[in-house]
Design a protein around this ligand. Structure first.
Ligand code: HEC
Length: 127
């Protein structure tokens, strides 16, 4: 029984790390130019903008220590055109969709790739 549990835990963490590494690739491809390789808001294109890209390493810190996953995903995907300085990314996430349940229990159809990206961003949070 314990062995099974260990296998289940290993399988789960393998899934989580796959999510994170897929997210890291997306981040490097689409976000680093503005937000910087480490997410500190210091990418080469970002420096040219009239408004500095956000430091993506402090999202949890500025949200009482909790990673604001829904807000982050909405920012990147949910409200195209609302943020004039960020490109429209919905085409990037035009892959498989899964049902995602947030902390409040609300479920929504969410692109797998968007969850991957958010999973990666969660790992770069500084406390
Ligand atoms: C062309 C430059 C540019 C690119 C590319 C870009 N961003 Fe941004 N981003 C910005 C700017 C500028 C801001 C701050 C102004 C604003 O909120 O619109 C911002 C803000 C954000 C915020 C809001 C942070 C907060 O405090 O709420 C998030 C999250 C974010 N970006 C994530 C991403 C992700 C993930 C990607 C890649 C899919 C990305 N951005 C690509 C320029 C960019």
């Amino acid at each position: 029984m314990r062995k099974l549990l260990v296998i289940a835990v290993l399988a789960l963490s393998a899934c989580a790390s796959q999510e994170v590494s897929r997210g890291a690739v997306l981040y490097a491809d689409y976000c680093a130019v503005c937000h910087g390789e480490q997410g500190r808001g210091d990418g080469p294109v970002g420096a040219e903008l009239p408004l500095a890209p956000a430091d993506l390493g402090v999202l949890s810190r500025s949200n009482e220590g909790v990673f604001p996953r829904r807000r982050v995903m909405a920012k990147v995907y949910g409200y195209p055109g609302r943020f004039e300085f960020m490109p429209e990314f919905s085409a990037v996430f035009a892959g498989p969709v899964v049902m995602w349940k947030d902390d409040t229990g609300e479920t929504s159809e969410t692109p797998r790739a968007l969850l991957d990206l958010a999973g990666y961003l969660e790992t770069i949070q500084q406390n």
